[in-house]
Every structure is written in structure tokens, then in C-alpha cells.
Design a binder for this molecule. Structure first.
Ligand code: ATP
Length: 364
């Protein structure tokens, strides 16, 4: 168990800045997920924390100890990768026991430790099997067991579920959450899968191009993204971004390109879009689930044409054309309308986001 503190970490590979001035404070026993697209610098950050990569500048602290110059072995963290790399000729028991055998623990202690870990992972019945006789998910549990058995100060996990098929990944997700609460250990977890991050994390740290964008609970980063990158990266169906201008004639409103649509907003919402004046260019951000569809015109709703329909079983996504923009709307699967028909969508004003197109920063 440890608090992990990354302070102003920078790592460069030749001309590429993989991580730039990153600071993160991970609380003792926290499940922190570092989320970002491929090449964002996630693995590099994790490797610097593990000590297998040397930062160009910055410090790493575990509790009150500066471990920046401490060897990986002495840092006492367990690293779990997407490839589980089990010893093929050893049984699951022997694989899990390996770190203790290498440290010359007594046989009885090894036996006890392996059984305890296997019980936590629900793999007691698999201990006599070799890796080839185990499914991908079972192999990943054995790899986790091998990391858990020596009770490290913290776990570092680099996309450990990536190689599993979809069903197993979902299963292992809830298992990991359960395991974390049983282990009572700090878990620093890297993924590019936002669903995984949302479902696992106590807090999510969003990284893009080596730069930390936002740190917060899943609800905070989902409901209050600080910029367009976070807003667009988090969410099953991407947030809609619509270029518009603020107009104050006939009451405050957002007006789409070429006057294709208008959305009346309240005075307080206009005031919340700080220091914006009439005619200012803005980006309206609205999630597909915060729009309501209707087959009839309703007060304040925007008219659109059905461009495409995507039935997904538990929900349907409508792509609507409004002027030159396409707006995605999420509806219950029971809502139906043919391609080419006209619909009206209303916007939940309490859920809208407004971004500055010059900086991409959220204004509200
Ligand atoms: P992924 O999700 O694809 O694993 P990531 O977010 O983990 O990506 P990193 O592997 O940390 O990203 O890479 C960050 C950047 O640093 C990338 O541009 C990558 O090409 C570069 N990079 C990483 N390792 C090296 C290396 N050993 N030599 C040169 N460049 C590297």
C-alpha cells in the first residue's frame, strides 16, 4: 500500500516528447486509471513509475520516499502487462508461486500464500493446470495471482484486458473491481478504452499527446469535461460539436452555421458563458442522450432530416442532418422513423456544453 506521487515528469525519446510536465497524486488504495489514445504517453508514464524507464526530469515518490533513483526491484511494485507471459511448462500453482520460490520462502508459506491468492481470484480449481489448458481470462488471473502473491506496495497495470475477447473483458472488469477492493492496494491502471476507465476508476486522469488534460471522478470528467478533447474522448457515442454564434437579439440564443438552426437559451446560461459578446463564435457540445426526438414540431425544438439510423438493440442512434451538420441522437429502441423523414429534436439546456473554438476550452 502506498501513495504514489508523480511530480513534473517529462520523458523524451529523441525528438518525441512522450510525457510533458506530468503531475499526478494517487492516493493510498486508490484505483486511478490513466486514459488516453494510442501514443498519448501512458505506458511511458507507468514505466517511469516502475523504474524501468528513466525520466528526463521530475520525481516519483512512494509515500514519503523519493524513489526516482531507486532500482525497479527495490520499488516493490507489481507490473501486469497485456501479454501475461506465463511459464508454459509450469502449472498455475508453480507460476503463482514463482516470485516466492525465487525469494526462497519456506514451502509451507508458499503453499499458504498461493492458496490464499487463488481463492481471491476464484481459480483454486485450476492450480494443477498448465497455461495451455487455461482460457485467456484464466491465464490473466494466474498472471494477476503471480503479481499479488508477493504483496507489492502498488500494482501497475498496462492494458491487462486488451487481449481478452469482449465477453471475458467485461467479466474481468467486474472481477478487477472486486479484487481491488479485497486487495486494499493502490492500483495505477492504463487503458485507451474509455468504458473500461469509466467502470473501473475511482478517478480518471486523461492524457493526450503527453499532456495531462483533466483528473476527476468518472462523473466529473463525463459531466464537466474541461475541454473538447476530454468531451469527445469520453462517452460511448461521441458528443456532438456544433459551430455556432451567440446572438442577443430577441433574447439570447445560439445560432448555427448559415442560420440553419437556433437555440434559445436563458439569460443565466448566457451569463454563464463568461465574457462572450454578441456575434462571438462558439462550439455547442451536447451528448446524444441529452437530446429528445419528436415526430411533431414542439416549442423550442430544432427541425432536422433523418440521415441514417443505427439500431443497437438496447438503443437506437439517429444521425440527423441540420444544415451542414450531423447531430447524433440516442433514443429508446422503440422509437422509429424512416431515413429521409423529418423530425424535431429538443436540447436539454441544463446539459449543454459550450467551448471556445480558439482554445477548445470549456466555457460552461
Ligand atoms: P499505446 O496505447 O499505443 O500503448 P501509449 O499512450 O502507452 O500508447 P507510449 O507507448 O507511452 O504511448 O508512447 C508515447 C510516445 O513515445 C509515442 O509517440 C511513442 O512512439 C514514443 N515512444 C515510446 N517508447 C519509445 C521508445 N522506446 N523509443 C522511441 N519512442 C518511443
Amino acid at each position: 500500500m502506498a501513495r504514489l506521487q508523480i511530480n513534473r515528469l517529462t520523458k523524451r525519446f529523441g525528438g518525441t516528447v512522450a510525457v510533458r510536465d506530468l503531475s499526478l497524486d494517487i492516493a493510498d488504495r486508490e484505483f486511478l486509471v490513466l486514459l488516453g489514445p494510442s501514443g498519448a504517453g501512458k505506458t511511458t508514464t507507468l514505466r517511469c513509475v516502475a523504474g524501468v524507464e528513466k525520466p528526463e526530469s521530475g520525481t516519483i515518490r512512494f509515500d514519503d520516499q523519493d524513489v526516482s533513483h531507486v532500482s525497479p526491484a527495490e520499488r516493490d511494485v507489481a507490473f501486469v502487462f497485456q501479454t501475461y507471459a506465463l511459464y508454459p511448462r509450469k502449472t498455475a500453482f508453480e507460476n503463482i508461486a514463482f516470485p516466492l520460490v525465487a525469494r526462497q520462502f519456506a514451502q509451507a508459506d508458499i503453499e499458504h500464500a498461493v492458496r490464499e491468492v487463488a481463492q481471491k481470484l476464484h481459480i483454486e480449481h485450476l492450480l494443477d493446470r498448465r497455461p495451455a489448458q487455461l482460457s485467456g481470462g484464466e491465464q490473466q488471473r494466474v498472471a494477476l495471482g503471480r503479481a499479488m502473491v508477493r504483496r507489492p506496495r502498488a500494482f501497475l497495470m498496462d492494458e491487462p484486458l486488451t487481449n481478452l475477447d469482449f465477453k471475458l473483458r467485461v467479466e474481468m472488469r467486474s472481477e478487477l473491481k472486486r479484487i481491488h477492493s479485497e486487495l486494499n492496494t493502490t492500483l495505477f491502471y492504463v487503458t485507451n478504452d474509455q468504458t473500461e476507465a469509466m467502470s473501473l476508476a475511482d478517478r480518471i486522469a486523461v492524457l493526450n499527446a503527453g499532456v495531462l488534460q483533466q483528473v476527476g471522478t468518472p462523473e466529473q470528467v463525463y459531466d464537466h469535461p474541461v475541454n473538447r478533447f476530454v468531451a469527445g474522448f469520453i462517452g460511448n457515442t461521441r458528443m456532438n460539436f456544433l459551430p455556432c454564434v451567440l446572438r442577443n437579439e430577441d433574447g439570447p440564443g445560439l445560432h448555427g452555421r448559415d442560420g440553419a438552426w437556433q437555440l434559445a437559451i436563458s439569460d443565466s446560461l448566457r451569463d454563464a458563458i463568461r465574457s462572450r459578446s454578441d456575434g462571438d463564435a462558439l462550439i455547442l457540445g451536447i451528448r446524444p442522450e441529452d437530446l429528445a426526438l419528436s415526430t411533431q414540431p414542439t416549442d423550442g425544438a430544432i427541425e432536422a432530416e433523418v440521415y441514417a439510423v443505427e439500431p443497437l438493440g438496447d438503443r437506437t442512434i439517429f444521425d440527423l442532418r441540420v444544415g451542414d451538420d450531423i447531430v447524433k441522437v440516442r433514443t429508446p429502441p422503440t422509437f422509429d422513423a424512416p431515413q429521409g423523414s423529418r423530425l424535431w429534436f429538443d436540447v436539454d439546456r441544463s446539459r449543454i456544453h459550450v467551448f471556445d473554438p480558439r482554445t477548445d476550452k470549456a466555457l460552461i
